[in-house]
Design a protein. Structure first.
Length: 101
């Protein structure tokens, strides 16, 4: 007995959903903080290849006279679904505002 076309489509959609939900990616990021008009703001994030590079980039950003601090972190998740775990801080250097992360 051959399955009905709707059953085949449902099975294909289910298989695609399972495959998509198993695709996890880890992003490593560093970004600076600076004061603008007396208010701390987050600068432009920089994607890095690994945790060591993220820490190194954050240290360079924190050492820049225009910045008051920097942070390095990573997040793991499924970009296809838009679902990510909470960020894990690798390094927090200088003045950092957690509310801006």
């Amino acid at each position: 007995m051959t399955p009905a076309p709707a059953a085949i489509v449902t099975l294909l959609n289910l298989a695609a959903g399972l495959q998509q939900s198993l695709w996890k990616v880890t992003y490593f990021v560093a970004f600076p903080f600076r004061y603008v008009d007396g208010e701390m703001v987050a600068g432009e994030p920089r994607e890095c290849r690994d945790a060591f590079k993220a820490r190194s980039v954050a240290a360079g950003l924190a050492g820049n006279a225009d910045n008051c601090g920097a942070v390095a972190f990573f997040r793991t998740g499924d970009p296809g679904l838009g679902e990510f775990d909470d960020a894990v801080i690798i390094a927090r250097l200088g003045e950092v505002d957690d509310a801006l992360m």
